[in-house]
Ligand binder design. Structure first.
Ligand code: NAP
Length: 314
């Protein structure tokens, strides 16, 4: 099969021919039709999470059709359309086929959902849902989202607004309207020369109930955390908060360590199918263009979701 892989650590990923995997007992094989791109793909491909055994195929998110069952695999049948976190370290979804334990984070694609939409959902959508569950805020609470226009942010903004939260989003001016359409009630511009606390003050916002950091800029998060009320909460997916420091001010801070469940994946699929949330796909690329997508995902400036369309003729 064709796959995108890192074959020399530090060098860009490239298209290679590798043996098509065969599912072992309890596994299924999925013929991929789309893969979603996340920052974790670029980071892990460059060895940020430990040693990489080459050739290493990146990609966690995927959607496709079950085309082979391992022994004792009974949850799916050949022909099922499935999506989820299908990639594992070194055996990722930037490929024509992937083998995955059938007990993993995988679900049937709801009718009417395109493979690309399904592939864009898992990592970012599950993170957004997980963060909101961990915050457990009541309707009406005021939440500041730092990094609201990225992959996680576009889901978080929608899910938070749907829960009745008042969402203040950071967004560059050209994306402000888009963030509003996703449910943000106010926007502050992180590219402006006016400091963000001053922009909040100009909007009449002097206190926050909670903050979500999706960027990892410790200084920025620290400055904005000063506005969280005692008893409020802060959470970061990108390492930008110091829980101990916040605790001294009676703020519950945490670094997000997601423990998503299959039920959450199914919930996300249902929310999209029933049009309660949308999947903002910013870019669609081919499998051959994945190295470029990996480079861009490392920049920390992606907007919405990027997906790869995959076909047998790639
Ligand atoms: N722990 C977990 O389980 C988990 C799961 C998923 C993601 N993550 C992490 O969470 C982070 C966000 O993921 P993602 O997929 O949303 O990333 P992404 O798609 O790259 O989005 C990041 C967003 O942050 C914005 N941004 C960058 N610098 C900013 C700043 N100084 N102030 C405000 N906004 C800024 C960017 O917009 P501009 O280009 O307009 O600046 C971009 O839209 C990443 O670090 C990722 O690795 C962790």
């Amino acid at each position: 099969m064709k796959a995108i892989a890192v074959i020399k650590l530090g060098a860009p990923a490239e298209m290679i021919d590798v043996e098509t995997p065969t599912p072992a007992a309890g596994e299924i094989r999925v013929r991929l039709r789309a893969a979603g791109v996340n920052p974790v793909d670029g980071k892990s491909a460059s060895g940020a999470y430990g040693q990489v055994t080459v050739p290493s195929i990146p990609g966690v998110d995927g959607a496709g059709v079950v085309d082979m069952l391992g022994e004792k695999s009974r949850r799916f049948v050949v022909g099922d359309r499935v999506f989820g976190r299908l990639g594992h370290p070194g055996r990722g979804t930037f490929a024509q086929y992937v083998v995955v334990p059938e007990s993993g984070m995988i679900a049937r694609i709801p009718d009417g959902l395109d493979f690309g939409i399904a592939a864009a959902l898992p990592v970012a959508g599950l993170t957004a849902l997980g963060v909101l569950r961990e915050l457990a805020l009541s309707p009406g609470a005021r939440l500041l989202v730092i990094g609201a226009t990225g992959g996680v942010g576009v889901f978080l903004t929608q899910l938070a607004a749907r829960d009745g939260l008042e969402v203040i989003a950071t967004a560059r001016p050209e994306l402000a309207e888009r963030a509003r359409r996703l449910g943000a009630s106010a926007i502050i511009d992180h590219t402006s020369s006016v400091a963000l606390p001053d922009q909040l003050s100009a909007l009449g916002v002097t206190q926050l109930d909670a903050l979500v950091d999706l960027v990892g800029d410790k200084e920025l998060t620290d400055t904005l955390s000063a506005l969280i009320r005692p008893g409020g909460k802060a959470i970061s997916t990108a390492g930008g908060i110091d829980p101990e420091k916040l605790s001294a001010r009676q703020i519950r801070g945490s670094l997000y360590r997601g423990q998503p469940t299959r039920e959450m994946l199914e919930e996300l699929g249902a929310l999209v199918e029933s049009k309660q949330i949308t999947v903002p796909i910013e870019r669609e690329l081919s499998l051959a263009e994945a190295p470029q997508a990996l480079e861009e995902s490392r920049s920390g400036h992606s907007h919405g979701k990027t997906i790869l369309r995959i076909s047998v003729s790639d």
